[in-house]
Design a protein. Structure first.
Length: 173
């Protein structure tokens, strides 16, 4: 069996208990209290039980505490999965969206996430779901709402002819 890891000499049980009282993170407070019990002479097994961990976990936290102090007793945020699209690919996606689709070539009059998903898969060889495409578009500064598509053969003069030209009842009085 290995020797117990000695704790830093610049802290004491009372100081760790005070830090635990002020801690915002409950897990950090629990670890501080377990280490405070070690400072007071409690066995490592009992101190670990007090901190709701096993002896090896307490030993690992003691190493971190010795190297970095009380701040090291906070759980670190997991990094998460790497993004599927690189920064350059996201900028290329932005250029694609900014250049409106060609109805004859693309067969659509406005971009939808499902269309962009196919283009991303075709150009970059990356399979990204529609929700992620929407997330990338939001990250790139695009709004979810899109303007109503306009038919390429739409005639503005015909549209003007259909507009109401008579005054409403409230204006006649």
């Amino acid at each position: 069996m290995g020797a117990a890891v000695p704790l830093r000499a610049d802290f004491c049980a009372g100081r760790l208990r005070l830090l635990a009282k002020k801690a915002d993170d409950a897990a950090q407070a629990r670890r501080l209290l377990a280490l405070a019990a070690v400072y007071e002479g409690m066995t490592r097994a009992d101190a670990a039980k007090l901190g709701a961990m096993d002896r090896q976990t307490l030993r690992d936290w003691a190493h971190r505490f010795n190297e970095q102090g009380p701040a090291a007793l906070v759980n670190l945020k997991a990094p998460g999965a790497a993004p599927k699209l690189s920064a350059e690919q996201k900028q290329e996606l932005k250029r694609i969206v900014e250049s409106n689709p060609d109805p004859e070539k693309d067969g659509i009059v406005r971009w939808r996430c499902v269309d962009l998903r196919g283009i991303v898969n075709e150009r970059f060889g990356v399979d990204v779901d529609e929700v992620s495409i929407g997330r990338y578009l939001k990250e790139l500064g695009f709004a979810h709402v899109s303007p109503r598509p306009q038919h390429p053969k739409q005639d503005p003069q015909v549209i003007e002819g259909f507009k109401k030209t008579s005054l409403s009842e409230s204006h006649k009085r």
